[in-house]
Design a protein around this ligand. Structure first.
Ligand code: FES
Ligand code: MG
Length: 574
C-alpha cells in the first residue's frame, strides 16, 4: 500500500507489454478474440474465477454475477477475464465435496499463477467453494475480492418458513414417526428451495461466507445479501470496480489475513453458532497464511463469546431475517467490544465498516447481555476416545445430553447403519451411544457429512428426538443434535475409536470437555493391535494422492504438501 502501481509494474505487463516474439503472440491472440489495442493497453487484467455450473443450484446466478463483476471492472478501467473452476455442488458431488476442497484450492492457485492476471475476483459460496477458492488465492497473493453467492430465499410450506437442511432432518423424523403424510412431504420438497443461492440456515455456506467477510475479503457485509436481492447484483458490480483499484494499491490477501483477522473470524463463528465444518476450514486457511490456529483457539473463544444469532439450526430464524436485521454489519456492531476493529478489509477497516451499523430486529441478532446461549457455539472435547480432539455444537443439542453415560452401539459402515436403524427390533435405548467409524478424512474418504447419525425408527416412535452420536465424520452445518464429530485420529488410521465394541460404556461431559471410553488402557491397546481397517481402493489417481497426503481434522484436512505460506516463483514467460 506504499506506492501506487504503474501500468508497467503490472504482472500482466510481462505478457502483453514487452516488445518480443512471445508478446507478439499474446497480443495478437487478444486481437483474435475481437479486442482492440485501446481496450487492453495498460489495464489491470482481472480474473473472475467462477464456480458456476449447470448442476450447482447454489451458484445458478453466478453467470449473471460474473457479467456484473465484468461491468464493474470495465467501468473502473480494468480488463476482465472469466476463468471457470470446479463447481463443487454440495448436494450432488459424492461421496462428499470435502474430498475435492483441496483439489479446487490447487486449481484456483494454478489458474491464477499460470495466467496473465493482476487481480482476482472469486465467485463462490456453496460450502467448500469458499475455503477452497480463498486457500488457492492466498497462495498466489494477488489482490483478491471474494464475491459470496448469497443465501437463497426462505423456504415456504403452507405459510411457514422452512430452513435448508435443518427442517429436512426435523420433518423427516416426524415422517418416520408417522406424523407427516406423503403428500405433505411432497409439498415441502417443492417449497424448501425456491430461489438460487446457498442454504439459508446457518450452515457451512452462511458460516464460511460470513467468515470470509469478517476476515476482510468482501465488500463489508456482502455475505448477508440474499442471492436474489437486487443489492446482490450491485455488490457484484462494485466488487468488480473495487478490485481494479486494489491492483493499483497492491492490497493483497497477505495485508488483510493477519492473526488478528483470524481472531475476529473465531469470535464471529462463535456468535453465529457457525457450522462445525468451519473449524476445519478456518484452520486450513489460517495455516496457509502462516497463522497456527488450533482447536484450542476455538474453545478459548467459545468461553468469551456468546451465541447472538438466533438462526436455525441453533435458533429460530433464517438468513433472510438476518439480512433484514442489519446483516453481518449489525452482528459486528453487537460484537464491537470483542473485535479487533483496526483490521483491514478490501476497502478500509472493520471499525469504519460498522460506524453506521444498527440492529433492526433485536430478536434475530441478540445483544451481548441477552444471548441465545451464554457460551459460544462449539466445544472441543478430548479424552482416551479422541486424544487429538473432537468437536460438537452444544447449543444445537438437547441440554440433558451434555453430560451422559451410555453403552456403545457401533457401526463400521454407513449402509449397515442405515439398514439397522429401520429394524424395529434393534437393541437400542435412548441412553445408547451410537457410533459410526471409518468415515474420517482417509477412511471416508473425505469425511462425508454422515455425523448426524439417524435416530433409530423404534426410538422415533417412542418420541426420542436426540441422542448421543459419535463419529470421525463431519456433519452438515444445517444439522443439529448431540453429535460428536471429527474424532481424531480417525478409526481408519488406527485411532482409539477403532477399539470400541458394542456395550462398552462411554462417558461424555461437555462442561468438563471430556469424552471417555471406559475400558482399560491395556485392553484398548490389545484391541487396536488386532484392528484391521476395511478394504478401500485408493490405488490410483486423485484418490491415491488424497489418501497419501490428507491431514487429520485438527490440522485442517489440507494436503501436507500444500499447507505452507510459501509462495512459488512467477512462471517463466518464454
Ligand atoms: Fe450449496 Fe447448501 S447445498 S450451500
Ligand atoms: Mg452444507
Amino acid at each position: 500500500m506504499t506506492k501506487r502501481k504503474h501500468p508497467e509494474d503490472l504482472r500482466s505487463f510481462r505478457w502483453f507489454g514487452a516488445k518480443d516474439l512471445r508478446s507478439f503472440g499474446h497480443r495478437s491472440r487478444l486481437y483474435q478474440m475481437g479486442y482492440d489495442q485501446q481496450e487492453i493497453a495498460a489495464k489491470p487484467v482481472i480474473a473472475i474465477i467462477n464456480t458456476w455450473s449447470d448442476i450447482n443450484p447454489c451458484h445458478a446466478h453466478l453467470r449473471a454475477r460474473a457479467e456484473e463483476v465484468r461491468r464493474g471492472v470495465w467501468q473502473a478501467g480494468g480488463f476482465p477475464v472469466e476463468l471457470p473452476a470446479m463447481s463443487l455442488a454440495e448436494t450432488y458431488v459424492k461421496p462428499t465435496t470435502m474430498l475435492y476442497r483441496n483439489f479446487l484450492a490447487m486449481e484456483v492457485e494454478e489458474l491464477i499463477r499460470s495466467h496473465p492476471v493482476d487481480g482476482v475476483v472469486l465467485l463462490a459460496g456453496c460450502d467448500k467453494t469458499t475455503p477452497a477458492t480463498i486457500m488457492g488465492a492466498i497462495q498466489v497473493d494477488l489482490p483478491t475480492i471474494f464475491v459470496p453467492a448469497g443465501p437463497m430465499l426462505r423456504g415456504n410450506y403452507r405459510g411457514q418458513h422452512l430452513g435448508s437442511g435443518s427442517d429436512v432432518w426435523k420433518y423427516w423424523a416426524e415422517k418416520e414417526a408417522g406424523q407427516i403424510t406423503e403428500p405433505q412431504w411432497n409439498e415441502m420438497e417443492r417449497g424448501i428451495a425456491r430461489s438460487y443461492g446457498t442454504c439459508m440456515t446457518m450452515g457451512t455456506a452462511s458460516t464460511m461466507t460470513a467468515l470470509a467477510d469478517t476476515l476482510g475479503l468482501c465488500l463489508p457485509g456482502a455475505s448477508a445479501i440474499p442471492a436474489s436481492d437486487a443489492g446482490h447484483s450491485r455488490m457484484a458490480a462494485l466488487s468488480g470496480a473495487r478490485i481494479v483499484e486494489m491492483v493499483f494499491e497492491d492490497l493483497k490477501p497477505s495485508d488483510i489475513l493477519t492473526a488478528k483477522a483470524f481472531e475476529n473470524a473465531l469470535a464471529v463463528h462463535m456468535a453465529m453458532a457457525g457450522s462445525t465444518n468451519a473449524m476445519i476450514h478456518l484452520i486450513a486457511m489460517a495455516r496457509r497464511c502462516g497463522v497456527q490456529l488450533t482447536l484450542e483457539d476455538f474453545d478459548r473463544m467459545s468461553a468469551k463469546v456468546p451465541v447472538l444469532c438466533n438462526i436455525r439450526p441453533t435458533g429460530a430464524f433464517l438468513m433472510e431475517d438476518f439480512y433484514y436485521a442489519g446483516g453481518l454489519l449489525a452482528l459486528w456492531k453487537r460484537l464491537e467490544p470483542l473485535l479487533n476493529l483496526r483490521e483491514r478489509n478490501v476497502i478500509s477497516t472493520l471499525g469504519a465498516a460498522i460506524e453506521h451499523a444498527e440492529v433492526h430486529l433485536p430478536d434475530v441478532i441478540r445483544p451481548l447481555d441477552n444471548p441465545v446461549a451464554g457460551r459460544g457455539g462449539t466445544a472441543i472435547l478430548k479424552g482416551n476416545l479422541a486424544p487429538d480432539g473432537c468437536v460438537m455444537k452444544p447449543a444445537a443439542a438437547n441440554p440433558e445430553l451434555l453430560k451422559h453415560r451410555g453403552p456403545a452401539l457401533v457401526f463400521d459402515d454407513y449402509d449397515a447403519m442405515m439398514r439397522a436403524v429401520n429394524d424395529e427390533d434393534l437393541d437400542v435405548t435412548a441412553e445408547t451411544v451410537m457410533i459410526l467409524r471409518n468415515a474420517g478424512p482417509v477412511g471416508g474418504p473425505g469425511m462425508p457429512e454422515w455425523g448426524m447419525l439417524p435416530i433409530p425408527k423404534k426410538l422415533l416412535k417412542q418420541g426420542v428426538r436426540d441422542m448421543v452420536r459419535i463419529s470421525d465424520a463431519r456433519m452438515s452445518g444445517t444439522s443439529y443434535g448431540a453429535c460428536i464429530l471429527h474424532v481424531a485420529p480417525e478409526s481408519f488410521v488406527g485411532g482409539p475409536l477403532a477399539a470400541v465394541r458394542n456395550g462398552d460404556m462411554i462417558a461424555l461431559d461437555v462442561a468438563e470437555r471430556t469424552i471417555t471410553l471406559e475400558v482399560e488402557a491395556a485392553e484398548i491397546d490389545r484391541r487396536l493391535s488386532e484392528w484391521q481397517p476395511p478394504e478401500r481402493d485408493y490405488s490410483r489417481g486423485y484418490l491415491k494422492m488424497h489418501a497419501e497426503n490428507i491431514q487429520q481434522a485438527p490440522e485442517g484436512c489440507d494436503f501436507t504438501f500444500l499447507q505452507s505460506p510459501h509462495k512459488l516463483p512467477e512462471p517463466e514467460i518464454h
